[in-house]
Design a protein around this ligand. Structure first.
Ligand SMILES: [Zn+2]
Ligand SMILES: [Zn+2]
Length: 306
């Protein structure tokens, strides 16, 4: 499998001189599966625009049409905002399957994603698209994608339903855990608080620990894990608890326990400059800290083969 990062930034695109090295586009990852000619895309953040241009100049001329599958982790705007600018949707003969979590809202996945193509936001309407597009709702499940490719999904911990993906092909595994935050005890743990209940507090602790273990089992043994690491543990504890994102410290510790081979730190905080990321890399992407896991910061344009 060949993985290429087209967008690695969280929350909002942040182009500029301070983000040239790691990139300012929001999440989009391309997975090419050798021998099968299959192209899988994870998320349609602003990075998908440039991927679309690449498909037009290469795939369209060599294969005659573009066929691909997009796996949305969730429908927060930073993960779908690039969809109207994904040029293959305007080309006849493009066939596109869009997978994503069931929204449990009034609107379907098609309305949430395709709804960006309405005159109030954009000059082209969804009904005018030339491509053949189908939408598929996902829950926690395993799907056979054909050609020996299997995908397993797992609910993560985020303010809306959000799926982690585990793609397996020919003994190789690539996993995503984005956007997510470690599960925490939802019950009061302060004995001096009037709402404190010892049994509930203990049960809450165990439930959270078990949910975190389930996520680690989900990415166990991955050749590559792409994990949300928007914050440092210090930033997280100071003001970001409940925002739906993970710290470097937690993600690296989880990857070590799950015996992941390579860990891509992903969904970078938009305020983080290249220089600051380089500084963080000296601490976290270092065998003294990361042990046997090969930890690195995902960078726009970076390609990895597993
Ligand atoms: Zn996000
Ligand atoms: Zn999100």
């Amino acid at each position: 499998m060949k993985i290429k990062f087209w967008g690695v930034r969280g929350s909002i695109p942040c182009p500029g001189p301070q983000t040239v090295k790691y990139g300012g586009n929001t999440p989009c990852i391309e997975i090419r599966i050798k021998d099968t000619d299959r192209l899988l895309i994870i998320d349609a953040g602003s990075g998908i625009r440039e991927l679309g241009n690449q498909l037009l100049s290469h795939d369209l001329s060599s294969k005659g049409s573009i066929q691909t599958e997009i796996f949305l982790t969730h429908t927060h705007w930073d993960h779908i905002m690039g969809f109207p600018f994904f040029t293959p949707i305007y080309i006849p003969d493009t066939r596109l399957k869009i997978y994503g979590p069931v929204t449990y809202e009034d609107e379907t996945l098609e309305e949430v994603v395709g709804g960006q193509l309405s005159y109030r936001y954009f000059p082209v309407r969804q009904a005018e698209l030339a491509a053949e597009i189908s939408y598929i709702d996902l829950k926690e499940e395993t799907i056979d994608l054909g050609d020996g490719i299997k995908v397993t999904t797992k609910y993560l911990n985020h303010p809306i339903l959000c799926l982690g993906y585990r793609f397996e092909f020919n003994g190789k595994i690539v996993c995503t855990a984005c956007d997510t935050e470690p599960f925490r005890n939802v019950f009061c743990t302060d004995p001096d608080d009037p709402s404190y209940d010892e049994t509930m507090a203990m049960e809450g602790e165990e439930v959270a620990a078990e949910e975190n273990r389930r996520i680690e089992r989900f990415f166990a043994g991955a050749d590559l894990l792409i994990h949300d690491t928007q914050y440092t543990e210090e930033e997280y504890r100071a003001s970001k608890v409940g925002w739906g994102h993970t710290s470097f410290e937690h993600a690296i510790a989880a990857a070590k326990r799950a015996k992941v081979k390579r860990l891509a730190l992903f969904h970078h905080e938009p305020l983080r400059t290249d220089r600051q990321i380089d500084e963080l890399a000296r601490k976290y992407c270092n065998p003294d800290y990361a042990g046997e896991v090969n930890v690195f910061f995902a960078r726009e344009g970076m390609e990895i083969e597993i």
